[in-house]
Design a protein around this ligand. Structure first.
Ligand code: TIH
Ligand code: FE2
Length: 307
């Protein structure tokens, strides 16, 4: 088993070199977290909430100790966490039928999303395994992009399990369990979408550090914030839109600019701190987007072979 070389930077973050290739999911190390773990920033709504911080630390620890192939331990969500889940679900169920893309709405009933219970990752896996072969696995926070993207190549999606802070349910700048389960998971059961996401992952295996950064942006403007044309309407497929009723209403209002995605062109800067997107990138369809991304992946495939 080839280990990735990681050297520590000032922030304690791992610098992953490109001299060693990721050959399988076992080379994807989820131990290194760049952010959104248990150490909340001063401007985080939970910064002055010690119980919330303890909860985050506990879940981060659980995720760090999970090993590939082991069952994922169930998380017992508290009454307060379930109340947040319920509140977000209530708001989203008023918006998703009009504004989510048809593939998302087709996949949604495969999953047992209802009030009163936050679903467990293993329940999601039972559906995904049969539908498209994807696996979700716990992660403590934001991974190094090379590791996160490589996971996609092997149909592994790394998922946080903590709940957003109850003081701001409409939008959170960090991924949380609502974002992962409601935003990402349903579409992973769609074959065209599955290919689109995996092709970003496959491209990353052959990418140098500069190309990894480019691919992270392509991922951001598709998987996180992509929209797709349906007749003369624009529908959401990006998980960051689907999981936030604030962002969904913003998209539906038409306030943001729309642009065609071109993965070969430099992508605009992205940040977790920008709030709602001021511009969304449009695909004509998942099939078209998948083709486009695969041709981009092929353009990266030298000098080494893409597994
Ligand atoms: N803003 C999203 C939400 O509130 O559900 C979460 C994230 C999307 C992209 C990165 S974090
Ligand atoms: Fe996400």
């Amino acid at each position: 088993r080839v280990r990735l070389q990681a050297s520590s930077k000032a922030a304690g973050a791992a610098a992953v070199t490109t001299s060693e290739r990721i050959h399988s999911i076992y080379d994807v190390d989820n131990g290194q977290i760049l952010g959104f773990g248990a150490d909340l920033a001063e401007d985080h709504p939970g910064f002055h909430d010690p119980a919330y911080k303890r909860r985050r630390a506990w879940l981060a620890e659980m995720a760090k100790t999970h090993r590939i192939g082991s069952p994922i331990p169930n998380v017992e969500y508290s009454a307060a966490e379930v109340a947040t889940w319920d509140a977000v679900l209530e708001e989203l169920s008023g918006l998703l039928p009009q504004h989510a893309c048809r593939e998302y709405l087709r996949c949604l009933p495969l999953f047992d999303f209802r009030k009163g219970k936050v679903p467990q990752l293993e329940e999601m896996n039972a559906v995904l395994r049969a539908a498209t072969g994807w696996t979700v696995r716990p992660v403590a926070g934001l991974m190094h992009p090379r590791h996160f993207l490589a996971g996609l190549a092997f149909k592994h999606f790394h998922s946080t399990q903590y709940m957003r802070h109850p003081s701001k349910p409409s939008y959170t700048p960090e991924p949380d369990v609502v974002h992962e389960l409601i935003g990402h998971v349903p579409l992973l059961a769609d074959p065209d979408y599955s290919r689109l996401v995996q092709s970003i992952g496959l491209a990353s295996l052959a990418a140098d550090d500069k190309q990894i950064w480019h691919l992270t942006k392509v991922y951001w403007y598709t998987v996180e914030f992509g929209v797709v044309r349906e007749g003369d309407r624009i529908k959401a497929f990006g998980a960051g839109i689907l999981s936030s009723y604030g962002e969904l209403a913003h998209m539906a209002s038409g306030a943001a600019a729309l642009e065609r995605l071109d993965p070969f062109k430099p992508q605009p800067r992205m940040s977790y701190k920008d709030g709602y997107q001021q511009r969304y990138f449009v695909l004509d369809s998942f099939a078209e987007g998948s083709e486009l991304l695969r041709s981009y992946a092929a353009s990266l495939a030298s000098p080494g072979p893409v597994q």
